[in-house]
Design a protein around this ligand. Sequence first.
Ligand code: ZN
Length: 255
Amino acid sequence: MPARKTYLIFDSNIGKNKPENIINATATCPFCHREELTDILASDGSILLIKNKYPVLINAFQTVLIETDDCNSDLSLYSKDHLYKVIGFGVKKWQEMIRSGDFSSVLFYKNYGPYSGGTIRHPHMQIVGLKDIDYTDNITIESLQGFIIHEKDGVELNLAQEPKNGFFEFNVRLGSLEYVNQMADYIQIVIHYLLNHFHKNCKSYNLFFYQINDEISVKIMPRFVTSPLLIGYSIPQISNRATEVVTEIQHLYFS
Ligand SMILES: [Zn+2]
């Protein structure tokens, strides 16, 4: 018999009061009104780590990493200097929460765009400590491996051959924390590619950071409407355009 599923409990009463300004673009942005932000945990210039005001997850410690004071910017547009600061700060704070020993596992992720599950446009990521769920049980090493697009300083950028959910999943695998800026460069390149060259309807993506057996990886997923074959039948699909996409990124960014 398969192991019983572990569910994270969502507080629907908090959920219904959460602000939303991706679809409803006229709603005011809570992250632009810095003077009104409370529970600031850490900062570095315009980068802030705050407690999430709408902690919808039960048995979790939810924080929000506000990446910049520019509401309309995005990781794909940052200067190298700011990009390195944001990713460096995020990885450091995520690692601190892991090392605290207070959690079964710590999530570090980003939602961007209407199909990503995000609700606020302002560039931000989330770091969430889970008291009793270990996500690493759900991630296979195979889903983090794939066709190599580029490699530098022990950091690898690949396109998954056995993606977790199907279609296009890019992975960046970091050999040593010393080269976290190279990881940031690869993240920015893939996001830029997805939003500008990949598919004219691609306006959403997610980043998911993992630490498994002491290795840090990040998965970058373009997001569209979820395939019914996946949610109804658990059949993941892969595209026959995979090698073409690998070659295209190599040509656009690494030649
Ligand atoms: Zn804003």
